[in-house]
Design a protein around this ligand. Structure first.
Ligand SMILES: [Zn+2]
Length: 507
């Protein structure tokens, strides 16, 4: 059944192909204009549509019913049918991963390429899958053909490992890089398939299939097929769990929570409990890494980084992002990657992301530490006019803060415009020589400002402007409007009054 789903819904037109839009458009334009290359190189991960597009392209070029201004094959004419059923003499597919594939290229394909296509209006198309597996002699034979390409012959070479393809071959091909299919597109495609199959599948199961297939549509369709074949029209979580290993995100969340709180016994107990319950450890580790990565990215990028989790897990990730120091997160990910052999299930870009985070974290730390060093080091003090730090006199603190407030807002602008905009609508509700509490109108402002990198930047700015390192706290102010108007108003008034108004709150 799984194979059936995959074959049954193999896209028959360019319009039906999921993803790879730039590649589709180029191939379609070349079909209509007749301006085709002698050789194409389709590069990209498995299951992203390389052979599907190769076959489709071959059909479009050969279909006898195709209209001049259209790139879509009719899929009904004799030629389309021969190609669809793999019986065409003009469209030849070879799997270079097999031994016969290697011999075929060397001995047969090259000779066969000299024979013109049966369909004299069309092209002879050779699709060589996994082309990187060819032997050196096969590559040489292929290269010779590409150097003097026979008329009306097209080679489409597909590979998942471009680094194994000789440069001399690559340079003779029009190259297309296939991307992993985004999860949303995979989900959309599966949603369409289940309506065709008249089956209901809960959304969370579709999301889990999409996540597990990691951008490979073929894997997603195959998993979906297995699940559908077990059901009688109605897929339940229980049924899906027979095919999909039980999702363990909540267990992952529990462990991350323990690690964040630096609670060693809870962490180790959780791991041992899971193992005794027979959890798939490899799967768990790969989810743990994915989960931590999403926390890290959400912390850095913020709400623009979309999370593909259920509502409660999304909330959990947001909370971890607020409270898990970036430095600990990146360190934990590094340790996990170095101690565990998870390369196969690993996210390709994670090591690079971590390298960037680590490098910039060090930079940030130096920046953060700088003002403290300045205060302590007399040599620097003598160069810069010495700033008067906040004193334990609240009245003086308050007046200093008020006088410097516009400067603080201004200083945050280059770093982040919305940060300075939020500050403009906020005001201090409490200040002493160690900390300041800033009153805010909206909780989403608080969420923004509480992000570690925003907060540390603010500490820096306050340090620069006020000449002292303050802890910054944020609080929702239920008398926001009144207090804020007062704060803005009193900036021009007597400072003494300010203390009176905020006085009740000042320690
Ligand atoms: Zn046709």
């Amino acid at each position: 059944m799984s194979e059936v789903i995959y074959r049954k819904y193999r896209p028959m037109t360019f319009q039906e192909v999921v993803g790879q839009k730039p590649i589709k458009i180029t191939l379609q334009n070349e079909t209509v204009s007749g301006n085709v290359a002698h050789a194409y190189l389709f590069v990209g991960p498995r299951g992203t549509g390389k052979t599907t597009l190769a076959r489709l392209f071959a059909r479009s070029l050969n279909c006898i019913n195709r209209k001049d201004d259209s790139s879509e094959p009719c899929n009904e004419c004799e030629i389309c049918n021969l190609i669809i059923n793999g019986r065409s003499m003009d469209v030849i597919e070879i799997d270079a991963a097999s031994h016969t594939g290697v011999d075929n290229v060397r001995e047969n394909i090259i000779a066969n390429a000299q024979v013109p296509p049966f369909n004299n209006k069309g092209f002879k198309v050779f699709v060589i899958d996994e082309v990187h597996m060819l032997s050196k002699s096969a590559f040489n034979a292929l290269l010779k053909t590409l150097e003097e390409p026979p008329k009306k012959v097209i080679f489409i070479l597909a590979t998942t490992e471009i680094h194994k393809v000789p440069e001399t071959i690559i340079s003779r091909c029009q190259r297309f890089d296939f991307k992993k299919i985004p999860q949303v597109d995979i989900i959309k495609r599966m949603a369409w398939i289940i309506t065709q199959e008249k089956v209901t599948v809960p959304e969370n199961i579709l999301a889990e299939i999409a996540r597990r297939s990691e951008g490979c549509l073929r894997d997603a369709e195959s998993l979906l097929g297995q699940i559908i074949s077990l059901s009688q029209g109605n897929v339940t979580d229980e049924l899906a769990s027979l095919v999909l290993p039980r999702s363990n995100w909540h267990e992952v969340d529990t462990l991350v929570e323990a690690l964040r709180m630096k609670n060693m016994s809870t962490a180790l107990n959780q791991i041992n409990k899971l193992v005794s319950e027979g959890i798939d450890l490899e799967d768990f580790i790969s989810n743990l890494i994915d989960f931590l990565r999403q926390i890290m990215l959400y912390q850095i990028i913020g709400p623009e980084f979309s999370l593909d989790f259920s509502e409660d897990l999304t909330e959990a990730i947001k909370q971890h992002a607020r409270e898990f120091p970036l430095k600990d997160l990146s360190r934990l990910l590094n340790i996990l990657l170095s101690k565990l052999s998870v390369k196969d299930s690993m996210i390709d870009q994670l090591p690079l992301e971590l390298a960037c985070v680590e490098f910039l974290l060090d930079e940030n730390e130096i920046l953060q530490n700088k003002p403290t060093i300045q205060v302590n080091a007399p040599t620097v003090d003598t160069v810069e006019p010495k700033k008067k730090p906040l004193t334990s006199n609240n009245k003086a603190n308050f007046s200093k803060f008020q006088a410097e407030w516009p400067k603080i807002v201004q200083e945050t602008k280059p770093f982040n415009h919305s940060l300075s905009a939020i500050l403009q609508t906020s005001h201090p509700i409490n200040i002493d020589d160690k900390s300041i509490t800033i009153g805010l109108e909206y909780s989403f402002h608080m969420e923004q400002l509480n992000k570690p990198q925003i907060k540390s930047h603010l500490v820096e700015v306050f340090n620069k402007v006020l000449g002292c390192k303050l802890d910054i706290n944020f609080q929702l102010d239920d008398k926001h409007k009144e207090n804020h108007n007062n704060f803005k108003g009193i900036q021009e008034k007597d400072v003494g009054e300010a203390i009176d108004i905020f006085g009740g709150e000042v320690v």
